[in-house]
Ligand binder design. Structure first.
Ligand code: SAH
Length: 407
């Protein structure tokens, strides 16, 4: 090709004639048929893939040699991959004479039409087609296509549209999972890609936030050493204010928004102000952090259920059997009181306990003991927040119990 203009054509209901029955022809014929073209294959024999398309009724096959320009009449597009150079040249020449665009799949330098490499990907704004073309180097076109497709699907390309056409602001309460971006949902990633403002917690997945395009405003409402957290009423106000300016706001929270995360309050504040709000569940630390330490919260024959409760205030009446797992969040500062309260409620002082600090981080650490020993062990090891405390016989199923053999 001397010069190349990319075009997107609508083939639906239009005749495409494909000469040749091999795999190259099969691949293209399938693509033409998928676009709704009426495809006629002319070839003395066809490979298995093409035969399948014929059997499915997706294409018509005339089992014979190419017979000349009359075979091309009525076609909007011709594709030739006969495998015999003189046939392909003849088809291309005949098409030229009839002024029908012809893809000569066997002669990259002479063809009048080329089919670019293609990928269809889903973005926050719908499905798009990525087409790439690198004259004479299909391998380069393919690599380029894959690179762009990856950048789009992984959110490395900022695809947000200009703001003028935005009709109304919105808020999404997105559960960020326990801190690693692999455990943030696909919907969460998708909303982050179209957000103008991201309001983050201390325990939200930081790596995700750091990868946001520079044009996204990040508002940090989490506690940092020396600074107090922004109070809840003010967080609610920020969400409503930003959405009220017509912006898309992602409120990125640790774990799941509705598990000890005050997601309900934030949703109500948005609704009361007439702001559209979507809640995207997340992987809660209550289940995933014990899992990161090899502890299942239920296990056949060991525990039939579990209770998630805040350890930040005095615990309510809870099941006392070792076969009912307790998961305490925010429980480090009142650890000793809480463990004492559980024994007072009737749980065995020998009931196993695990404290998993900084789940999923490189410095994750598990401390195991029993209701009667764990507070002392935690003090010795300077256990600190954030940590998930698991109480129950399931703790014995994790690898740390075997190693430490605390009881
Ligand atoms: N909505 C969150 C919980 C918020 S409360 C969720 O569903 O996970 C905050 C508490 O969660 C912390 O005090 C700690 O107990 C726990 N937590 C969250 N992420 C954690 C992590 N990566 N490692 C250990 N504990 C974590």
């Amino acid at each position: 090709m001397k010069s190349a203009l990319p075009l997107v054509v609508d083939l639906s209901g239009r005749l495409v004639v494909a000469v040749g029955g091999g795999p190259v022809s099969a691949r293209r014929v399938r693509a033409f048929a998928q676009e709704g073209a009426v495809v006629r294959v002319i070839a003395p024999w066809v490979c298995e893939d093409l035969r399948d398309l014929v059997i499915d009724g997706a294409v018509e096959w005339q089992a014979r040699e190419y017979a000349g320009a009359t075979d091309l009449e009525g076609a909007w597009l011709v594709h030739t991959a006969a495998g015999e150079p003189h046939v392909d040249r003849q088809v291309a020449g005949d098409a030229e004479g009839l002024r029908i665009w012809c893809v000569d799949a066997t002669e990259a330098s002479a063809t009048a039409v080329s089919v670019p490499a293609r990928a269809d990907v889903t973005t926050a704004h719908g499905r798009v087609t990525i087409s790439t073309y690198a004259a004479g180097d299909p391998g380069l076109a393919t690599s380029l296509r894959d690179g762009v497709a990856d950048a789009v699907t992984q959110g490395r390309l900022d695809l947000r549209r200009t703001r003028e056409h935005r009709s109304a602001g919105w808020v999404a309460l997105v559960g960020g999972g326990p801190g690693v971006d692999g455990l943030l949902t696909a919907r969460g990633h998708q909303l982050l890609r179209s957000a103008d403002v991201v309001v983050v917690d201390r325990l939200a997945p930081r790596a995700v936030v750091e990868r946001l395009p520079a044009s996204v405003r990040v508002i940090d409402v989490g506690k940092t050493p020396g600074h107090h957290a922004v109070p809840q009423w003010r967080i609610n106000e920020i969400l409503v204010e930003e959405a009220g300016r017509g912006l898309g706001v992602v409120r990125l929270k640790g774990g799941d928004p509705y598990v000890l995360g005050r997601g309900g309050e934030e949703r109500h504040a948005c609704e009361a102000a007439g702001v559209a709000v979507e809640v995207v569940p997340g992987v809660t630390s209550a289940v995933s952090v014990p899992a990161a330490a090899g502890i299942p919260v239920t296990h056949r024959g060991v525990a039939r259920g579990f209770t998630v409760v805040t350890g930040h205030e005095s615990v309510p009446g809870l099941p006392t059997g070792g076969d009912h797992t307790l998961v305490l969040l925010m429980g480090v500062s009142l650890l000793e009181e809480t463990m004492g309260a559980l024994v007072a409620q009737g749980r065995s002082p020998d009931c196993p306990v695990a404290i998993v600090e900084r789940g999923f981080s490189p410095t994750q650490r598990t401390t195991v003991g029993t209701l009667s020993t764990i507070a002392e062990l935690a003090r010795e090891r300077s256990v600190e927040s954030p940590a998930v405390i698991v109480v129950g016989d399931v703790v014995r199923l994790g690898p740390d119990w075997e190693r430490a053999r605390p009881a």
